[in-house]
Design a protein around this ligand. Structure first.
Ligand code: ZN
Length: 380
């Protein structure tokens, strides 16, 4: 097995400023702080653990190249691209679009390299030069809509890669499975009326963005039915996420028959994340990964690529990430230093209200909300 891995030093140079979630503001009591919630140290520490653990030696480096303007414009408006480029030239940089997503001077170049890292990984998976792989890119992408960045995201990396897979590599059906704890609203927005890209988002209900990610958001026009949202209640852990994967995500993927699956892999559903209230452990992320790999082997000759999204615990994200990479390499899960604590806190038993949330979200691609049970579909 050849497993690709994308990292670039400048992903650790994303400058989110001295604010917390919002820019620091002395007039409203928002004190400057050394570590913004989306400070790149979290992802740099992930990479450093990949190196120190020895995994790096068993991975094939996939070199990120900047996404071109053509690549970005497949999924974003010319106005969004132009504004990011212009603000990136300012002495203090700019904001991706919502006032909560600052970037420093040169932020455009890093964001283009982040999207380009996703393209390179997907290209090699499709070409078969690697079996699968992980793009540890930064900034993240899944909140970026066609017209604007938001939620620390500048360009929608997984969508830029999916569009490349379709238009350059010639694929007809791509599925994006997003297990970042927040709704993949930007990815949904970009593909909302396009049936060639199935978007499936598992997220904490009513977390972020506000009022986004309801089950009833199912796509429009030709894309009606090809957007699937699985909102889970706060407190969902390994058991609920695995149940959701098997009962709601997998039937949808089997019915859609993608040629490529891209996993938008955030680690903010983790037990220790400051920006959500879920309880997934590193062991849970390992199991989610194993099952996605097995499904991809069944459905699309194993063509699956994992692309980093959020994750805001600098303590725990590195261990969740390493657990995923071990699964990609076919190595057994190894407990980490947090296991004795997080494994005793619950989330390992499926609760009835979690199962009910999953049941309510089961949906067949291409059908309106609430119609039918995809487990009844026979895929030829
Ligand atoms: Zn997130």
């Amino acid at each position: 097995m050849t497993i690709g891995y994308v990292w670039n030093t400048v992903y650790g140079w994303v400058d989110t400023g001295s604010g917390s979630l919002f820019p620091s503001d002395a007039t409203s009591g928002l004190q400057p702080i050394a570590h913004h919630l989306a400070h790149p140290d979290t992802k740099r520490r992930f990479h450093e653990l990949v190196a120190v653990s020895g995994l790096l030696d068993r991975l094939r480096e996939v070199r990120a190249l900047p996404a071109t303007e053509t690549d970005i414009l497949r999924v974003h408006t010319a106005e969004h691209l132009a504004r990011i480029k212009a603000e990136s030239l300012l002495p203090k940089g700019g904001d991706a679009g919502d006032g909560c997503s600052p970037f420093g001077k040169g932020g455009y170049e890093i964001a283009a390299l982040s999207a380009g890292g996703a393209i390179q990984l997907v290209s090699q998976v499709v070409a078969g030069t690697i079996d699968t792989g992980y793009a540890l890119v930064n900034p993240p992408g899944h909140h970026a809509t066609r017209a604007s960045g938001m939620g620390f995201c500048v360009f929608n990396n997984v969508s830029v890669a999916a569009a490349y897979a379709k238009e350059v590599l010639g694929l007809e059906r791509v599925a994006i499975v997003d297990w970042d704890v927040h709704h993949g609203n930007g990815t949904q927005d970009i593909w909302y009326s396009d049936p060639s890209v199935l978007t499936v988002s598992l997220h904490q209900h009513l977390c972020f963005p506000p009022n986004s990610g309801f089950r009833e958001e199912r796509g429009s026009g030709a894309g009606a039915g090809y957007s699937i949202n699985i909102p889970l209640p706060p407190g969902s852990g390994d058991a609920a996420y695995l149940h959701a994967l098997e009962e709601a995500v997998f039937p949808a993927l089997r019915a859609f028959r993608p040629e490529l699956i891209i996993v938008a892999s955030g680690f903010d559903a983790s037990m220790m994340d400051p920006l959500a209230r879920q309880m997934v452990t590193s062991a849970g992320f390992a199991q989610l990964t194993r099952r996605m790999l097995d499904l991809a082997a069944d459905l699309c000759e194993g063509k699956i690529a994992f692309v980093q999204e959020g994750g805001y615990s600098p303590y725990y994200v590195p261990f969740c990430g390493v657990a995923v990479l071990r699964e990609l390499l076919g190595e057994p899960y190894e407990p980490d230093p947090y296991t004795p604590i997080v494994s005793t806190q619950g989330g390992d038993v499926l609760l009835e209200h979690e199962a009910a949330a999953v049941r309510a979200a089961v949906a067949i691609p291409g059908t309106p909300a609430g119609e039918g049970d995809p487990r009844a579909i026979t895929v030829g």
